[in-house]
Ligand binder design. Structure first.
Ligand code: 2E4
Ligand code: SF4
Length: 316
């Protein structure tokens, strides 16, 4: 039987960012340096495949520092942790390595600096997400106000509208965030913030590529996990940019082939925590069923790299 033709658009950039590369390397190098088990507080990045592979190498994933023994090293995930977490590890004299992405740490420093200058902080982020918990946890409980939507901006109660600053989660929708920032600036003209927001280069680039790709596609798949904020934003961006069938898949087995019946073009991208092997698995699944022509939709080139912490570059 001849296979139907399919143009497969591949977004670039897609998949792993520099912060994810570094975080995974930190776990691998820690296991090499100290032997197994090495504890990891929270999924190092939001991807089951990455977590399972590291578990096979000797990582033990836990949600709380209290679940770690004193005498084994612990790594904090790429999303960042409240200040109380490294403080508690230090008090227990544990070896700990912080795999927080440097671009998240930068936001932590910003929040602290504004608070030191006497400004009340507002965070634009998703409630309950570990990055939001980590960034808000740079300051004492109740000091950072959270807004998630434009509607929240209308009701947020501030101490002094003249002494305010904002920070954001790094993985938000660029367009939604612009709306929330505009609403903040309209209600609090004196509010201080970053140039635009704290959304990182990788989030911005992956959303831009999807915007360029989506209008050409009958359907679009984002390889990523359901708890991955940046991956879920890519699904939304694709739908808004004109590709009505925009879905998240963890791997090829998740593809709903019946829903794709009759398509002639397909877009594929991946969140910052999704490994290339899973993207290739998805592409191969299309090659099995279609006569595929691959076309790249490249909107940026990335060459960002982050060093691992010094303790892992030194001999044991
Ligand atoms: C840390 C910061 O934040 P999100 O849920 O998108 O995290 P994920 O692990 O999916 O992606 C990597 C990452 C980690 C992104 N920003
Ligand atoms: Fe860092 Fe951005 Fe990657 Fe998050 S998505 S880990 S902030 S580079």
């Amino acid at each position: 039987m001849t296979k139907p033709p399919l143009t497969l658009y591949l977004a670039a950039p897609r998949g792993f960012c520099a912060g994810v590369d570094r975080a995974i390397k930190i776990v691998e190098m820690a296991i090499q340096k100290w032997g197994a088990p090495v504890y990891v507080r929270h999924e190092i990045v939001h991807n089951k495949f990455v977590v399972d592979a590291l578990r096979d190498q000797g990582a033990v994933f836990v949600e709380e520092l209290d679940d770690c023994p004193d005498d084994r090293p612990v790594i904090f995930s790429a999303h960042g942790v409240p200040k109380a977490v490294p403080a508690a590890a230090a008090k227990r004299e544990m070896i700990y390595v912080d795999a927080t992405c440097p671009l998240v740490s930068k936001v932590h420093i910003e929040a602290q600096r504004h608070a030191d200058n006497g400004l009340q902080m507002i965070m634009i982020g998703h409630e309950g997400h570990p990055e939001t918990i980590g960034t808000m946890g740079q300051l004492p409980e109740g000091e950072v106000l959270l807004v998630e939507t434009v509607a929240d901006v209308a009701t947020v109660q501030v101490r002094d509208p003249a002494r305010l600053a904002f920070v954001t989660q790094t993985t938000l929708s660029v367009d939604d965030t612009a709306g929330i920032v505009a609403a903040l600036q309209a209600r609090f003209p004196a509010i201080i913030g970053p140039h635009k927001e704290d959304i990182c280069y990788a989030t911005t680039n992956r959303q831009e590529a999807v915007k360029a790709m989506a209008p050409k596609c009958d359907a679009m798949l984002v390889v990523g996990a359901p708890n991955s904020s940046n991956s879920r934003r890519l699904v939304e961006v694709g739908a808004r940019a004109g590709c009505t069938y925009s879905q998240l898949v963890q791997r090829a087995a998740d593809i709903d082939w019946r829903a794709l019946d009759g398509i002639g073009s397909m877009g594929i991208t991946a969140g910052a925590s999704a490994p290339e092997v899973l993207i290739n698995e998805v592409i191969d699944a299309f090659r099995d069923r279609y006569d595929v022509t691959v076309e790249m939709v490249e909107t940026a080139k990335e060459d960002v790299e982050f060093k691992v912490p010094r303790v892992l570059r030194e001999p044991a």
